[in-house]
Design a protein around this ligand. Structure first.
Ligand code: BGC
Length: 341
């Protein structure tokens, strides 16, 4: 009997604690939104995460998850968020191909889902009326980066180090299969060629968006090609920063020895390199607005409203909000600095 009473007491305590904690969440009337970031250890995504967290203050309870670059981990996190009562999901996929698996889970729970940064295929997004995407038009960054390169090449004849009229470049690519990496690689080079510049690809390999990998590849390429390299094209600033470290160590940016390096994102560390004259330019990937739009849409649908309710975002035919990219050089650096504040 004593045992029974003790068990009863424990049960009563557990239930009242559970009631308290859910009350405290719901007392302010704010919905819970389940968020995953493909990995916290990604420079650019840390700014998107910050933007989501800032936007959520006093409006929603965020269940924020680091998927640690594992789709299996992310799938489990989605299950947990659903069972914990999330009213909407905001998902930065690990693997862009996994969108359909996430949609299946959301559908079963009748939950809306906003994907961001890693774009699912249009047909997959179209397969669920409660799924949307927030990101960019991937190709745009490539075109803008290509224009930056072409303008710089034409304005600085000494960038053609051996004077053969051909731009010999190395290219640090992001994650293969990532729509941003594929489109940036393709369109950056195509835009340079379309501007009438002959090119030679010395190296093209993936640095997986990562600074350390970018440095390692650049070390190897400098050892192999030396001064034959005339342009370093990077799918993101993280890898550009790694390449610059490697170039610094090899004596570049000293005694008039220069190498044009271009990136994408305009993260604060890259803007510093532009100011120091070590990066020719980058392309603003607007983390603040992408994070803000992701949250706005997720909050609206969590509250059962139209995704665009009360916002100035627009959806294209593929149910995507596309935040524009902007070219950044030393000439408009303050604008880029403001964008990341
Ligand atoms: C950014 C990269 C980032 C990647 C993550 C891209 O849009 O430019 O810096 O690593 O997204 O998915």
């Amino acid at each position: 009997m004593k045992k029974f009473m003790a068990m009863l007491l424990i049960l009563v305590m557990v239930f009242s604690l559970a009631a308290c904690s859910s009350d405290s969440k719901e007392s302010d009337g704010n919905p819970t939104i389940g968020v995953t970031i493909y990995k916290y250890d990604d420079n650019f995504m840390s700014f998107v995460r910050r933007a989501i967290e800032t936007a959520a203050v006093d409006k929603a309870v965020l269940e924020m998850n680091d998927s640690q670059n594992s789709q299996a981990t992310q799938n489990d996190q989605v299950d947990t968020m659903i069972s914990k009562g999330a009213k909407a999901l905001a998902i930065n996929l690990v693997d862009p191909q996994a969108a359909s698996a996430i949609i299946e889970k959301a559908k079963k729970a009748d939950l809306p889902v906003v994907f961001f940064n890693k774009e699912p295929e249009t047909s997959v997004l179209a397969s669920y009326d409660k799924a949307w995407y927030v990101g960019t038009a991937s190709a745009e960054a490539g075109v803008i980066q290509g224009e930056l390169i072409a303008n710089g090449w034409k304005a600085n004849p000494d960038w053609d180090r051996n004077g053969d009229g051909v731009m010999s470049y190395v290219l640090l690519k992001g994650e293969p299969g990532h729509p941003d990496a594929e489109a940036r690689t393709k369109y950056a080079v195509e835009t340079v060629v379309a501007a009438g510049i002959a090119v030679e690809e010395l190296e093209l390999q993936t640095g997986m968006w990562d600074s350390v990998k970018g440095k390692e590849l650049m070390d190897a390429w400098i050892a192999k090609h030396g001064d034959a390299i005339e342009m370093v094209i990077c799918n993101n600033d993280g890898m550009a920063l790694g390449a610059i470290q490697s170039l610094n160590a090899a004596g570049y940016f000293n005694d008039g020895k220069y190498m044009p390096v271009v990136g994408v994102d305009a993260i604060p560390d890259a803007l510093e390199q532009i100011k120091e004259g070590k990066m020719a330019g980058t392309v603003l990937n607007d983390a603040k607005n992408q994070g803000g739009a992701t949250f706005d849409l997720a909050l609206n649908v969590a509250n059962g409203k139209d995704p665009l309710d009360g916002t100035s975002w627009t959806l294209d035919a593929g149910k995507a909000v596309r935040v524009p990219y902007v070219a950044v050089t030393i000439d408009n650096i303050t604008f880029a600095e403001e964008a990341y504040k």
